[in-house]
Design a protein around this ligand. Structure first.
Ligand code: ADP
Ligand code: MG
Length: 398
């Protein structure tokens, strides 16, 4: 059963953690929270980064203009073929992924086949992250958000990963009659500045106000990341989470119109943290904590069009340090490097606990089927293929 909404809804993250994640007061218990250790029984089990590829359909305009398609998806073989001809010779390139979703794929099948097992891991006490990576206009936001809910409050067919994950979490916990709490945060990283998408829109008047609003990343003694200044909102049912999500997305869209296409150069991170009471042992309670980060990344053209080739690497670094560093972190994980450069960007610092190691990571790479986008598509496919090789023993990068 979820906790009641009549308690204070705002909980500072990492600043002054409450003694128990549950808001229901139970003074008769000592309520010491025992740490849940999610290390797997099977020590040899490797932790994979799952990489999915999704190709969007042609838009109505593209269909009308009879735009040339250069992508062919074979979902059964999990292959994507880029059809290329050079001097009248066909020189196709084939890429294989963990799963491939073609232009006709439905939001529901992506969730059921690929994301639902990850959410089950979260409910088992793991930290997981789902990234949408790809060129602007290829369907990252559609895949992650899609339609939130229709007038009757139900999920529409075009509902994406986030609304489906939210419903899955609440439905499972209610079906288990669990004693739980759910908290969410929603932030944006733009030019290495973190903005809280759930913070009220009042203008800071004093230096003290500004100080309170600024968000910074810190690490505790155990190397865990603490986000200082970010508001964590407790939510009690599916509809409340949708309201929160819509509020944050609207804020992102407003910023988008004010600053031309800002959202294509920023990352949004929607995180859901679930605390579940596992057992009571004497006076103490064993609390299981799982977290899922759902990340809509900046458009990948921000890095791929600006490599050393064009002599603009430095500028690109400044435009989007986080996206570049995420690539470097992924490469370092692939190569089993002893140094993983998590600390080099806000995004990778923020998600450090959820990349490699004992966590589940899923990257959904999105591409367009058109000839016009072929260069970007090849770059996305290369990036996603490199990520596919990440296989860490659970303790490999601790
Ligand atoms: P991005 O976030 O990568 O910039 P969007 O999610 O905004 O891209 O998608 C661009 C456009 O394409 C939107 O109008 C969206 O509705 C549409 N779209 C993207 N992917 C799909 C899909 N798989 N099926 C139908 N429409 C899609
Ligand atoms: Mg988008």
């Amino acid at each position: 059963m979820s906790v009641t909404p009549d308690q204070s809804k705002k909980v500072g993250v990492g600043v002054s953690p409450s003694p128990s994640p549950f808001l229901t007061p139970r003074p008769e218990r000592r309520r010491r929270t025992l740490e849940w250790n999610p290390s797997r029984q099977d020590k040899d089990k490797e932790v994979n980064v799952q990489v999915l590829l999704r190709c969007r359909p042609l838009s109505d305009d593209e269909q009308r203009l009879n735009v040339q398609k250069v992508i062919s998806c074979n979902e059964h073989k999990r292959e994507v073929t880029v059809l290329q001809s050079l001097n009248n010779k066909q020189v196709d390139r084939v890429f294989t992924f963990d799963r491939v979703f073609g232009p006709k794929s439905q939001q529901k099948s992506i969730y059921d086949q690929a994301i639902s097992p990850i959410v089950n891991e979260v409910l088992d006490g793991f930290n997981c992250t789902v990234f949408a990576y790809g060129q602007t206009g290829t369907g990252k936001t559609y895949t992650m958000e899609g339609g939130m809910r229709n007038k009757s409050g139900n999920l529409p067919a075009e509902a994406g990963v986030i609304p489906r994950a939210v419903r899955h979490i609440f439905e499972t916990l209610e079906a288990q009659n669990a004693d739980y709490s759910v908290k969410v945060t929603f932030l944006e990283i733009y030019n290495e500045e973190i903005t809280d998408l759930l913070a009220p829109d009042d203008n800071p008047r004093t230096a003290e106000d500004r100080q309170r609003k600024s968000i910074s990343l810190m690490e505790d003694g155990k190397g865990c990341v603490i986000v200082r200044g970010l508001e964590e909102e407790a939510v009690y049912n599916v509809n409340e989470i949708y309201t929160v999500l819509e509020r944050g997305s609207a804020k992102r869209r407003t910023a988008d119109t004010l600053l031309n296409k800002r959202s294509s150069r920023s990352h949004s991170v929607f995180s859901i943290t679930v605390h579940i009471k596992e057992a009571t042992v004497g006076d103490e309670e064993l609390i299981k904590c799982g977290k899922i980060n759902l990340v809509d990344l900046a458009g990948s053209e921000n890095i791929s069009r600006s490599g050393a080739r064009e002599g603009r690497a430095r500028e690109a670094g400044e435009i989007n340090k986080s996206l570049l560093t995420l690539g470097r972190v992924i490469n370092a994980l692939v190569e089993h490097s002893t140094h993983i450069p998590y600390r080099d960007s806000k995004l990778t610092r923020l998600l450090r606990d959820s990349l490699g190691g004992k966590t589940k990571t899923c990257i959904i790479a999105t591409i367009s089927p058109t000839a016009q986008c072929m260069e970007e598509t090849l770059s996305t496919l290369d990036y996603a293929c490199r990520a596919k090789n990440i296989k860490n023993k659970p303790e490999a990068n601790q």
